[in-house]
Write a protein that binds this ligand. Sequence first.
Ligand code: RM4
Ligand code: MN
Ligand code: MN
Length: 397
Amino acid sequence: MERDHLFQLLDQFNIETPSWGYSDTGTRFGKFHQAAAASTIDEKLADAGIVHRYTGCCPSVAVHVLWDFSMGVDATATAAVAARNGVRIGSINPNLFQDQVYKFGSVCNPDESVRVHAHRHLMDCIAIAKAVKSKLLSLWFADGSNYPGQDDIVERKERMHGALRQWHDAMPNGMKMLVEYKPFEPAFYHTDIADWGMAYVFAKDAGPNARVLVDTGHHLPGQNIEHIVAYLIDEEMLGGFHFNDRKYADDDLTLGSIDPYAVFRIFHEIRNAADLRGRNVDDIAYMIDQSHNLKPKIEAMIQTAVTAQELYAKACLVDRKKLRDAQTRMNIVDAEQCLKDAFFTDVRPLLAEWRKKKNLDANPMEAYRASGYETKVSREREAARAVRGTSGSGSYA
Ligand code: RM4
Ligand code: MN
Ligand code: MN
């Protein structure tokens, strides 16, 4: 592949970082505070700006409405803070799981008043999206049940359909709805959108501007995620990703930390769709959904963005002509070797060159560490928290 073409593909490969990845989060057993953790949306946006400054590939930030916007705060002011930090607000993530009323679900809840509560929140989210000029409404539901017989599964399905149709129609032109699935947690008997097939049906039924969101951590063991990705692109139903890696379940570990080859194979299917079939893959939203409790947050985010770029670049390098030829000959060994050759290519020098061309430091992690940002904000944020009388943020994010 021509270097210029690869660089062009890298220019287009943007990754959205999540606001909740910069604040103190925890496991259900507890939270470990970090002095440098962001507590306010302004601090989260400042950190996201830093990640973009050193990586050059993270220009937008996903926000979680309940965690990042307070009642009465002008959302356009938040968009302006983002702009001051060199980033913009990306996907809008409603929170349909934290309020006490959601104990038995949000839109699938048998109690109509709860469904109305969820609906109002969604309308607020769409208003925020309009105000900050975001084009993506990213939906994840904690809805489900924990015991056999707890609720009627099909009635819940109908309630979900109704809500998604209504919200789809409330979106302004140009806005897209992403429907995320997850096989379990916090509901463990059944989840109302348990897998990509259900997400597909719900999205398709909602209307032309709904797509499926693949969170790489939301699959049962053994699932072939690249198959899902290839299938959804071919059906023009892939909306985007939530990147993370997993060992057990929804671990939200750093992308590629456990199985980088799996991430490479996902990117390979995306490049196949574009290069062999002329599919439009430009609108796929690449988003990170990771909250780091143990690693320093900004470093973990830089590590993720760099890893994503490396694995994407490797996938771009697959010799697709050779691969097609091997497939035609039904030579499995040669075909597989095409993928391996690309995967084992050291793309780091190429990425260093790409960065230099963009006036970025060749090594984002080293440059960030040398900047002293973490020490500086640790001091400032500890002091600010002491003034406010809070030690680390109180909520999950
Ligand atoms: C879920 C899912 C959603 C995320 C929440 C906090 O497991 O991945 O995308 O917003 O966690
Ligand atoms: Mn997710
Ligand atoms: Mn998750």
